[in-house]
Design a protein around this ligand. Structure first.
Ligand SMILES: [Mn+2]
Length: 333
């Protein structure tokens, strides 16, 4: 079944579904990023203010930097033997609507399909996952949509709700640098700071806590730099041996794909990383502007997707086989 992945409900419908529910499960995509954490935790706290029972379920791993921001809200990591129960009234899925991103809860979600509401800002997803979808591709983050939902619910924007929301919009906009940052984003951010968010402390807590292994891995990644497509594309390649030599984990290469965009001529930056499972992770970023490249189109060639300026794919193939295909696709840009 392939119907269009778009909104078919408005904010007030979702607010009504929340008001009519007692026990609410909130979940998001696998390996939750700042927006996934922010949108789910803020939503949980908002619905608790309305006297609802909220439980957030993550498909791990949850990065350590996020843990202090999650507590004291009730959150669990899904495992084969640890799944949400069936005594629930509503499931809110934020920052994704794609089955591939929700695999750990797959069977459970299908069993409760009629209880699911999706709150997302991605271009692509599985429309048949739920008949209740609020998809705003113009929102910089799912957390930005949640701000409107908190207002719609009539819940006061206090610091404990504002902080995760700020985390979500700040991380999804590259701390207000990416082209998805709009006037509304700044208005929302101002309001969240007004509500008590310490933005400088949050930046330090999220962005300045790397282990040395990450910098060592970056040194190796930069050594692998290749410039393609007449100077318009940069490629960084990380093999398993690089992670081993740096003493790094797969998470340590997070965000490397933004770095080559510092070069004037580079329009597209790409990182390909060998995973422990033997597959290849592709990450793509592009600069905004008249020559902007839609990297979502590139990611789709490899079975992935995302946004026009930020996309990725997991390629079930060896590095030696996948790399030439990726190089060829990049050279065509
Ligand atoms: Mn997001």
């Amino acid at each position: 079944m392939t119907s269009k992945y778009d909104s078919n409900v408005d904010l007030s419908t979702i607010a009504d579904r929340i008001r009519g529910a007692g026990r609410i499960v909130i979940t998001t995509h696998v390996k939750p990023d700042g927006d996934a954490i922010g949108s789910t935790i803020a939503l949980a706290r908002a619905v608790e203010r309305l006297g609802k029972e909220a439980h957030v379920w993550y498909s791990g791993p949850v990065m350590d930097v996020f843990k202090p921001l999650i507590a004291p809200t009730k959150a669990s990591v899904v495992a084969e033997s640890v799944q949400p129960g069936d005594k629930i009234d509503l499931i809110l899925v934020t920052d994704t609507g794609a089955r591939s991103q929700l695999r750990d809860l797959g069977g459970w979600l299908e069993r409760h399909r009629e209880k699911i509401c999706i709150i997302d800002h991605h271009i692509q997803g599985d429309a048949d996952l739920s008949d209740c979808r609020l998809v705003r591709t113009d929102a910089c983050a799912a957390s930005e949509i949640v701000i409107d939902l908190v207002d719609e619910l009539g819940v006061a924007m206090d610091r404990s709700i504002a902080e995760p929301l700020y985390l979500g919009i700040a991380t999804d906009t590259g701390w207000f640098r990416f082209s998805n940052t709009t006037a509304a984003t700044f208005r929302h951010a101002a309001r969240l700071v007004q509500a008590g968010v310490d933005h400088a402390a949050l930046f330090r807590a999220i962005e300045q806590t790397d282990p040395p292994s990450r910098l060592r891995l970056l040194a190796r990644a930069l050594t692998s730099l290749e410039i393609l497509a007449g100077g318009r594309v940069a490629l960084l390649t990380l093999r398993k041996a690089d992670y081993e030599a740096a003493g790094a984990t797969p998470d340590d290469s997070h965000g490397f794909s933004d770095l080559p965009l510092s070069v004037e001529s580079i329009e597209v930056a790409c990182v390909i990383a060998e995973t422990n499972g033997g597959s290849v992770k592709l990450s793509l970023r592009s600069k905004p502007g008249p020559r902007a490249v839609d990297v979502n189109q590139v990611a789709r060639q490899f079975g992935g997707g995302g946004h026009a300026r930020a996309s990725g794919a997991k390629i079930e193939d060896t590095m030696d086989r996948a790399r030439p295909k990726i190089l060829a696709a990049l050279d065509r840009l």
